[in-house]
Design a protein around this ligand. Structure first.
Ligand code: DAH
Length: 337
């Protein structure tokens, strides 16, 4: 029996030392429940009482040496595997990362933000209004009764007889005045709609920014000063403005406002069609009828209003010769801003 145990030990250790040793298989073969060593131990009952402890001790030694070898080998295998993983999963943290494409604001948003900043700096607050609007606020409250010819220039999309897509941001004026007693100082940027065919200067959807100031003793001089400051901030310190008489039903007097051409400084060039001036907005002193419609006493208060097209400012500022480019959203175009 002693020889058998010694043989098991030497065989097992040799088998385990071979380079392609299947450690788990060998463990089962020698140490498992049905393994060779176990089989020998089962036969110990047949030994004499003197032999039994000696063989028993030897058997334990054999088991211990095989277990030790197996433990060494599996530690080694684990280490090897870890090294392999460290090599194969190596990360070079100095490599440049994959760039995530990040967008940026659309030119119309850029211009709107700049306009907002200019007026916020003058103490205005920004007010929102509904795009689906009542005929009353879009027209009637603004001194444009049903069948008034001024409606022809602002034909829009009707949802019902009395509900439409707003054709201008001016209805926000009426909504604000109705709810707030002066002093009022607001701007209202947003989308407006008109039943116009698309071309280089028209779109059925575009953006306007409305301004409204109501207080005691507000004069045309205040309007002029405000718009001049705005023009300088928007187009440069040398910009001048001029008022041309015009008619809007909701203001009296009314004016169209031009800025001196910021390309030629007013000399006349291709950009300003040799005029030296570029039209940018409509403005005027709020009509007493509009104040009355909105429960503000025109004997106590006066005010001015203005409205400009955000697209118009954007095409001027960025020298865009076709407004459609602003809506097509071609990345090659948008990336330039
Ligand atoms: N709502 C006008 C339009 O769309 C623009 C405008 C002109 C607004 C004069 C005003 C204003 O508030 O006073 O043509």
């Amino acid at each position: 029996m002693r020889e058998i145990l010694e043989k098991i030990r030497s065989e097992a250790l040799r088998a385990l030392s071979e380079s392609d040793a299947q450690i788990e298989d060998l463990r089962i073969k020698y140490l498992g429940k049905k393994g060779e060593l176990t089989a020998v131990l089962r036969g110990m009952g047949a030994l004499s009482s003197e032999e039994r402890p000696v063989i028993g001790q030897l058997a334990n030694e054999v088991r211990a040496s095989i277990e030790k070898k197996i433990e060494e080998l599996s530690q080694f295998a684990k280490k090897k595997e870890l090294e392999q993983r460290l090599i194969s999963e190596k990360l070079d943290v100095t490599l440049p990362g994959t760039k995530v494409p990040v967008g940026h604001p659309h030119p119309l948003s850029l211009v709107q933000k700049q306009l907002e900043d200019i007026f916020l700096g003058m103490g205005y607050t920004i007010v929102d209004g509904p795009e689906v609007e009542y005929d009353y606020y879009n027209f009637q409250a603004l001194n444009i009764p049903k069948d008034h010819p001024a409606r022809d220039t602002q034909d829009t999309f009707y949802i019902t007889e009395n509900i439409l897509l707003r054709s201008q941001t001016s209805p926000v004026q009426a909504r604000v005045m109705e709810k707030t007693q002066p002093p009022i100082r607001i701007i209202s940027p947003g989308r407006v709609y008109r039943s116009d065919a698309v071309d280089a200067t028209h779109s059925p959807l575009f953006h306007q920014l409305e301004g409204l100031v109501i207080d005691k003793n507000v004069t045309m001089g205040d309007l002029k000063g405000t718009l001049e400051l705005f023009a300088k901030r928007m187009f440069g310190e040398d910009t001048r403005i001029r008022f041309r008489p015009h008619h809007f039903p909701f203001t009296e007097p009314s004016a169209e406002v031009d800025v001196s051409c910021f390309m030629c400084g007013g000399e006349g060039c291709r950009f300003c069609k040799n005029e030296g001036w570029i039209e940018i907005l409509g403005a005027g002193m709020v009509h007493p009828n509009v104040l009355r419609n909105c429960s503000i006493d025109p004997e106590v208060y006066s005010g001015f209003a203005f409205g400009l097209g955000i697209e118009r400012i954007a095409v001027l500022k960025y020298h865009i010769d076709d407004m459609r480019l602003l809506y097509e959203n071609d990345i090659r175009f948008l990336n330039q801003f």
